[in-house]
Write a protein that binds this ligand. Structure first.
Ligand code: GLC
Length: 440
C-alpha cells in the first residue's frame, strides 16, 4: 500500500498536463473544429451565430436576460459606446428555491417543470424592472447548445449542466419566451437576439477592443467561441459557438470516468466535466473518497465522504485560499461541511494538494483548447484578445494564473501578443449589444 505522499505524487503525475501533452490536445481540438465546421462527425458542434464583432458605436438602452444555469438575471442596460456601459437596473433570481409568497419550494430546472413554466416565471421577474410606457428591445443570453436559425430563433439541441426542464429540447426558445411575454400582456418588449454566453462575452470583449476574436466561459460550465472569417464554411464571417465542453480527445483518469458514469448524461460534455464549476468539487470528493477507502485520508469518515455533492467547487476555492499555517480554513470546512471532526495536518495538506492538482489540470486543458483555436484563426499568433468570464476564472484562487502561465509557455517565442481579458457582466452586455446591432 502506498503512503499518502506517494499516492499524492502519483495523482499529481496523472493530472499533469505537460507542454507536449497540451500541444497534442490542442492539435486534436483544432482537428475536431475543422470536422465540426464541415459537418463531419466531431465532438465539437461548431454552431454559427448570427453575429459578428460590434463596431463600438452601439448606443442606447436595452433589456438583457441571462439564463445560464441555476440563476436567471434581468437587466436594463445602457450602451454608451466604445466599450462603455451602465447597468441601470438588475435583478437576479434563482431558478430553484423557496418562494415566500406561496410558501413553497419551486424548481424550474427539474423535469417536473416545463419550458412554459420557466419562461412564465422569468417574464414575471422582467416585469419588475420595466415600465409600460416605454418600448424595449430585448437580448437573451441562453447558455446551452442551440441551432441558430435566425438572430432571434434558437432551437435547443440538448440541455447541459444537469438541467432537465421538460419540453424545451427541439424547440425555439425565442418562441417560448415571446409567447410568455404576450401571455402576460407584455406587448412593449420585442425579443431581438438570442446568443450563447460565450458569444455574449466575445461581443462584450470586442465592444472596446476589436482584436477580441475569442470568447470563453469558465464558470458552472465551460465553452468557447471565436470569429470565423474564412468564406469556405459560412456565407459571411460569424462568431461560432464551439460547444468546447463536449470535446473528448483527452487523457481521462479513473476519477473522470467515475464522475461521468454517475452524471445525468454519461459520455457527453467530457471536457466540461474536467474543467468547470459544476463538476470539479465532485471530482475532488471522488478522489478523497478513494484515498479514504485506501486508508490514506480520513479513514473513519468514509461514509460522510460517500455523499455525492458534499464537497462543492466553492469549497475548492476555500481550500486553495487557505493561507493559515495550520490550514485552519480547511479544518473548519471539513468539520462544518463534511462532519470530519478530526483531521491531521498532513491530511488537510493532502486535500489542498488534491484540489491544486485538479485545478491546475483544468486550467491547463482550457489553455490547450485556446491554443487550438488560435492555431485555427492565426497560426502566427498576431495580436489577439481572448475575453473570459465566469466564476472560476474570475474568482478561484490560482485558476487564471495557471491558465495564463500555460498559454504563455505554449506561445512563447511567437510574434504578436495574446492577452486574456477578464470580462465582468459579459452576458448582460453581450445580450444588449446583440439586441442593438444591425442584423447579420
Ligand atoms: C455549457 C453549455 C454551453 C455554455 C457553457 C457555459 O457547456 O452547453 O452552451 O456556453 O455551458 O455556460
Amino acid at each position: 500500500m502506498p503512503t499518502l505522499d506517494q499516492a499524492i505524487t502519483s495523482l499529481q503525475q496523472q493530472m499533469n498536463i505537460s507542454g507536449e501533452k497540451r500541444r497534442y490536445i490542442s492539435a486534436a481540438f483544432q482537428r475536431e473544429m475543422g470536422k465540426g465546421l464541415v459537418g463531419e462527425k466531431s465532438s465539437l458542434k461548431m454552431l454559427p451565430s448570427y453575429f459578428t464583432n460590434p463596431s463600438g458605436q452601439e448606443k442606447g438602452i436595452f433589456l438583457s436576460l441571462d439564463l445560464g444555469g441555476t440563476n436567471g438575471r434581468v437587466y436594463l442596460l445602457e450602451l454608451l459606446g466604445a466599450g462603455d456601459f451602465k447597468i441601470r437596473e438588475a435583478l437576479a433570481f434563482p431558478l430553484k428555491g423557496y418562494d415566500q409568497k406561496s410558501a413553497g419550494f419551486y424548481d424550474f430546472t427539474a423535469p417536473s417543470a416545463t419550458g412554459e413554466d420557466m419562461f412564465d416565471f422569468i417574464v414575471g421577474k422582467l416585469k419588475e424592472i420595466i415600465r409600460q410606457d416605454i418600448v424595449y428591445s430585448l437580448g437573451l443570453t441562453f447558455s446551452y447548445p442551440c441551432n441558430q436559425e435566425g438572430p432571434d430563433h434558437a432551437v435547443l439541441l440538448s440541455w447541459t449542466k444537469e438541467i432537465k426542464t421538460a419540453g424545451v429540447v427541439g424547440r425555439n426558445v425565442g418562441q417560448i419566451l415571446t409567447a410568455a411575454l404576450r401571455k402576460q400582456q407584455v406587448n412593449n418588449v420585442t425579443l431581438q437576439a438570442i446568443i450563447n454566453d460565450t458569444v455574449a462575452v466575445q461581443l462584450a470583449g470586442a465592444y472596446g477592443q476589436p482584436d477580441c476574436r475569442i470568447g470563453s466561459i469558465i464558470g458552472t460550465g465551460h465553452n468557447s467561441c471565436y470569429l470565423e472569417t474564412t468564406g469556405n464554411y459560412l456565407a459571411k464571417p460569424a462568431i461560432v459557438n464551439i460547444e468546447a465542453g463536449n470535446f473528448d480527445k483527452l487523457p481521462f483518469t479513473m476519477y473522470d470516468q467515475e464522475l461521468d458514469m454517475h452524471s445525468n448524461q454519461p459520455g457527453v460534455q467530457l471536457m466540461e466535466k474536467m474543467v468547470s464549476g459544476k463538476y470539479l468539487g465532485e471530482l475532488v470528493r471522488l478522489i478523497v473518497l478513494r484515498f479514504s477507502e485506501e486508508g490514506l485520508l480520513f479513514k473513519s469518515f468514509f461514509s460522510q465522504l460517500s455523499t455525492p455533492g458534499i464537497f462543492s467547487t466553492q469549497d475548492i476555492s476555500k481550500v486553495l485560499g487557505d493561507n493559515t499555517k495550520e490550514l485552519k480554513t480547511i479544518n473548519k470546512l471539513l468539520i462544518q461541511q463534511m462532519g470530519i471532526t478530526t483531521s491531521a495536518y498532513e491530511e488537510r495538506l493532502g486535500v489542498y494538494k488534491i484540489c491544486h492538482a485538479v485545478q491546475k489540470r483544468a486550467a491547463s486543458l482550457v489553455a490547450a483548447s485556446y491554443l487550438g483555436i488560435l492555431d485555427r484563426i492565426d497560426c502566427s499568433y498576431g495580436s489577439h484578445v481572448i475575453a473570459v468570464d465566469g466564476s472560476l476564472y474570475n474568482k478561484m484562487p490560482g485558476y487564471a494564473k495557471y491558465l495564463n502561465e500555460a498559454l504563455g509557455e505554449d506561445i512563447k517565442g511567437n510574434i504578436g501578443t495574446v492577452t486574456v481579458k477578464a470580462v465582468q457582466e459579459g452576458s448582460a452586455l453581450g445580450a444588449a449589444l446583440a439586441a442593438a446591432r444591425p442584423k447579420y
